[in-house]
Ligand binder design. Sequence first.
Ligand code: SF4
Length: 366
Amino acid sequence: MQIVVIQTAYLGDVILTTPLLVELERLYPGSKIHFVTTVAGSNALAGFKNVVPYVYEKRKTAFVEGIRELRNRLLIANRNLPFDLVLIAHRSFRSLVLGASIPARRRLSFETFQSRLLKYFLNLETVVYPPYSDAIHYTQRPLEFVRFLSNSTQVPDRRPRLHKNLDTDGSLEKKIGHRLDLPYCVVSPFSTWGTKMWHGDRFAELASIIVKRYSMPVYFCGEPDPKCRVMAEKMFHTFKASLEDAGTENTGANLVGETSVGEMVSLIANAKLLIANDSAPVHVASSFNVPTVAIFGPTVKRFGFFPLADRQVMVERTNLDCRPCSLHGPELCPKGHFKCMNEIQVEDVFKAVQNVTRGLPWFEQH
Ligand code: SF4
C-alpha cells in the first residue's frame, strides 16, 4: 500500500506520531509511508525503513504554491497514481487542504468544525479526537486512525518509537569526548514557549548538585536558536562556577545548538537520566525508557504530553487555580506572578531526581 501521513506540527508531535507508523506497518505489512513533515521532524525518522519523509516548510512557502509543490512531489513518487490512504494527523486547516489535494482512494482526518463541514466534498472520513484526560496520552490520538481502520478495540502500545542510530552515536561520542555507555545526565532547559521554561539559574544549580552527588557529567542540550544559545551560555557559566571547588574533572558540556536532531536523540537515548521542561526531549526519553524528571508549569497532564518512561516524575504545582492557562503555555504569564514555575524550587526537582533514580547503581551518592 502507498500511504501518506501528514504531521507538520512541532518535533514533539512528530515523535508522538511514531507509534502510528509502527502500527501501520503491522496492519499493512510491506506498505510504503510517505510522511509529510518539517525539517526537524524528518530528521527524527531515521531508522524507519518503510518511511520516506517529505519536508513541507509551512512558514517559508505561500499557502497554495506550497501545497501544489508538495502534491507534485508526492505524485511523482507514486508515478501519478492515487495513493491508497491519506491520514491527516494534524488538525490544522492547512493540513486538511493539503490532505484533500492529494489524490487518494481513502482519506481520514480528525473530526473538526472544518472537516465536518467539508467531509462530503472532500471524500473524507473523520475520526473522533480523543478527549483531554489524564489517562490519554497524545500518542493515542493518531493511533485512533489504526483502531478505525482495523475495527479494533485494542489499545496498541502508546510509547513513542524512535530508532537508535549508530552513525549519530559515533559522531556524538567524538563531539563530547565521552563514551555513551558511561553514565551521564542530560538537562534540556528550553521550550518553544516562554512560560514552559523553568528558571535557567535553577537548572544550573540542579546540574551542579547532580555532578557533585553522583560524579557523572551533565550535558545541556537544546535547539540552535540564537536566544537559546545566549541563555545556555549564561546557565553553563553559573553551573561551571558552582563546580570550581568540586574537584571533578569531567563535569559535562554545553551542547545547546551543537547537535543535530539525530545526535540529540542519541544523547538522550544513552543517558541515565533526563531533566527537562514539557518539551520534545521528554518524548525522546520515553521512546528509550530513560528515567525522566519533567517540569510542568502552565501545562498539565491531561493535555497528553506527559512522560511515558517506566521511571518518570512530573514536577508541578497542583494547587494553582490559574493552571492550565493555555494549551501550549503563553510567552509571558498573563497573571504576572508566574507562580507555576517560580514556586518550583531546586530542592523539589532534586527530590524528584532521587525518587526516579532510587535503587539504580549509578545514582548511589558519592
Ligand atoms: S497564569 Fe498561572 S499557569 Fe499561566 S503562566 Fe501564570 S502562573 Fe503559570
